[in-house]
Ligand binder design. Structure first.
Ligand code: ACM
Ligand code: ZN
Length: 523
C-alpha cells in the first residue's frame, strides 16, 4: 500500500481513500447539518468526541454554517453495491460531507471521522486561536461481511455494566456490529428468570479459586438486572451494535444444577463450579421440568432482547450421565432415537422450536450438528463454528447460515499472544497476525455455499481473567486486526500496512484508556 492509502491510519482500513493536497481548516466546535432521523447518531458522535478529543459538535438548522453535512443520498462502494452499511465521507476544503443510504452507514462514516479527529493535531498548540486541520480526502467504504462480532464471557468472570459499555464503545470505533453476550455457564448464571429465583440466589454465587488463598467471600449480586441489560442493549443499539444473548444448554449447566438439583440425572449434590473445564453433570434430557426452565428462560430473554437471534449454546456436553439415567433412556425410547448423541439433537430441535415460538432465530455452537447427518435440524438454525472451520463448512453445505469463530483461525482471544510462557492465557496461541490473516470463507466452499457465511467474531472466554485490564490486554490489538479481517475483502488486506497503521492506532486505544498487548505481532 502506498502512503496515500495509509492516510489517517484508520482501522479497519476503508475500501478506498483518495487524498488531495488541500486541507480542511476547522474550529473545535463543529456544527452539523443533518436530517432529524440522524440526531441519535450525531448525539453519540458528540459524546464520543467529548470523551477523548478537544472537539464537540452540535446540530444546526443553518446549512451555510455547517462544518459537517450529512445527507441521505446513498453511499456508493463499487457500482452495484447495495450494502446498507456503505458510506461516503468527503473532506472538502470548506466542509465535511457524509452520504449514506442508512443510519448505520452514517454511523460508520462518523466512526471513521472520529478516528481521524482522535489523531488530529493542532498546528499551533497552546494558542487561544487554535485551529485544526485535516487533509482533504474522499473515502468510499463498505464492509465485506455483515456479521462482525465479539463475544464476552460474563459467566466465568462477572464484568460490570460500565466495563461492558466501555468495550461496546471500543467495538463501535472498529465498526464491529454484534456483541455476543455469554450469560450462563458452570461458573455462574447472570440473568434473573422470575419463575426460577434460585438461578440467581444460588446460581450467580460462585466460589472463585483465584481467591481461595485469601479470606474470600463469594461474590453476591453477580448478575445483571433486566433494567441493566436493557441499558446495555440501548447503549449498543445507539452504536449500531446488536446484542445477542447466549443461554448455555444442555451442558455447562453446573449453576442451574446447583440451583435446582432435581434437574440433573443423578439429583446431585451439585455446586456452582469454581474450577474450569467440562463437567459430566449436565441437564437431564429426560426431564420435562428441564424444558420448562429452559422455555421460561428463552421467554425472558426474548422479552428483554430485541435482537432476532438467541444463542442456545450446545457445546461441550458430555453424555455419560444420559447413558445410565432412566429418564434419559426412557426419552430415547419414547422418541425412537438412536442413542445419546441423537438425544442432544432432540434437545436442540426442541429448544430451536421454543426460540421460534418466541419469534427468534436460534444460533448454536457447531456441536449442534454432531450426529445429525440424517436428521433435519431447523433450516434457520445458525451455526457458530468454533472447532475449526469444519462445522461451518458442513453447515453451509447443509444450507445453514454460519458465523465463523474458529479456535485455529485467530478468533480465540483468550489464547496467549505468543508461545512465550510469560504471556497470560492458555491452550494454543493467537498472534495478532493470525487474527489479521483470518478469512471466514473456507476454500472448500463453492461460491454459492460461501453466501451462507455471515461473517465472524472474536471470542473472549474469561476463566483466566482476573481483571478488566487483563480482559483489555487479551482483546487488543487482536480485535483491531479481526475488525479489519471482517471489513475488507481478502485481496484488499495488507498486514504490513496494518502494522504501520497500528502504531498510530494505539494512540486511540490509549485515549480510550484501553490496555493492549505491545509485543511482536507474529512469531
Ligand atoms: C467453546 O469455546 N466451548 C465454544
Ligand atoms: Zn437424565
Amino acid at each position: 500500500m502506498n502512503k496515500t492509502e495509509n492516510l489517517f491510519n484508520l482501522v479497519p482500513q476503508p475500501v478506498s481513500i483518495k487524498a488531495s493536497d488541500a486541507y480542511f481548516i476547522f474550529q473545535p466546535q463543529m456544527a452539523v447539518f443533518c436530517p432529524d432521523e440522524f440526531q441519535g447518531e450525531v448525539a453519540v458522535f458528540n459524546e464520543q468526541l467529548e470523551a477523548s478529543t478537544p472537539f464537540k459538535c452540535r446540530r444546526t438548522e443553518n446549512k451555510a454554517e455547517a462544518s459537517i453535512i450529512i445527507e441521505l443520498t446513498g453511499g456508493s462502494c463499487g457500482s452495484e453495491n447495495v450494502n446498507a452499511e456503505a458510506y461516503k465521507l468527503t473532506i472538502g476544503e470548506s466542509v465535511v460531507t457524509i452520504s449514506a443510504k442508512t443510519a448505520h452507514g452514517v454511523f460508520n462514516a462518523l466512526e471513521t471521522l472520529r478516528q481521524i479527529l482522535m489523531c488530529c493535531k493542532t498546528p499551533n498548540k497552546g494558542s487561544p486561536f487554535a485551529h485544526y486541520s485535516m487533509q482533504c480526502a474522499e473515502i468510499e467504504d463498505c464492509p465485506r461481511f455483515e456479521w462482525r462480532g465479539f463475544m464476552l464471557d460474563c459467566a466465568r468472570t462477572f464484568f460490570p455494566v460500565s466495563f461492558i459499555k466501555k468495550l461496546i464503545d471500543a467495538a463501535a470505533l472498529h465498526k464491529l456490529n454484534h456483541f455476543h453476550w455469554h450469560l450462563t455457564d458452570d461458573q455462574g448464571w447472570r440473568i434473573p428468570v422470575a419463575e426460577y429465583p434460585k438461578l440467581i440466589e444460588i446460581g450467580s454465587v460462585a466460589p472463585d479459586p483465584r481467591h481461595q488463598l485469601r479470606d474470600y467471600t463469594p461474590k453476591k449480586d453477580a448478575f445483571y438486572t433486566h433494567e441493566q441489560m436493557k441499558d446495555v442493549i440501548s447503549y449498543a443499539a445507539a452504536r449500531h451494535i446488536m446484542v445477542v444473548p447466549e443461554i448455555e444448554m444442555p451442558g455447562h449447566a453446573s449453576a442451574i444444577l446447583a440451583s435446582y438439583p432435581e434437574l440433573g440425572c443423578t439429583g446431585g449434590p451439585y455446586a456452582v463450579e469454581g474450577r474450569w473445564g467440562i463437567f459430566d453433570d449436565v441437564l437431564c434430557a429426560g426431564n420435562d421440568d428441564v424444558l420448562k426452565l429452559l422455555e421460561a428462560t428463552v421467554k425472558t430473554v426474548a422479552e428483554i432482547f430485541p435482537a432476532p437471534f438467541i444463542h442456545i449454546g450446545g457445546d461441550e456436553c458430555p453424555h455419560v450421565r444420559w447413558e445410565t439415567c432412566p429418564k434419559c433412556q426412557a426419552r430415547i425410547k419414547a422418541e425412537k432415537l438412536d442413542g445419546v448423541d441423537q438425544l442432544q439433537s432432540w434437545i436442540t430441535s426442541k429448544m430451536a422450536a421454543v426460540v421460534a415460538k418466541y419469534g427468534k432465530t436460534p444460533i448454536g455452537w457447531d456441536e449442534v450438528l454432531d450426529g445429525t447427518e440424517n436428521i433435519a435440524l431447523p433450516q434457520d438454525l445458525v451455526v457458530m463454528s468454533w472447532r475449526g472451520a469444519k462445522g461451518g463448512i458442513e453447515a453451509s453445505k447443509r444450507h445453514h447460515r454460519v458465523i465463523m469463530a474458529p479456535t485455529d483461525g485467530g478468533c480465540y482471544l483468550d489464547y496467549p499472544h505468543l508461545s512465550d510462557p510469560a504471556e497470560p492465557g492458555l491452550q494454543s496461541v493467537t498472534t495478532v497476525r493470525k487474527s489479521y490473516d483470518y478469512s471466514p470463507l473456507p476454500d472448500a466452499l463453492s461460491e454459492e455455499e460461501k453466501l451462507n457465511i455471515l461473517g465472524g467474531q472474536g471470542n473472549l472466554w474469561s476463566e483466566l481473567l482476573s481483571s478488566q485490564k487483563l480482559a483489555e490486554y487479551m482483546l487488543f490489538p487482536r480485535l483491531c486486526a479481526l475488525s479489519e479481517a471482517l471489513w475488507l475483502d481478502k485481496k484488499d488486506k495488507d498486514f504490513d500496512s496494518f502494522s504501520e497503521r497500528l502504531k498510530v492506532h494505539k494512540e486511540r486505544l490509549d485515549m480510550l484508556n484501553l490496555l493492549y498487548y505491545r509485543g511482536p505481532l507474529e512469531e
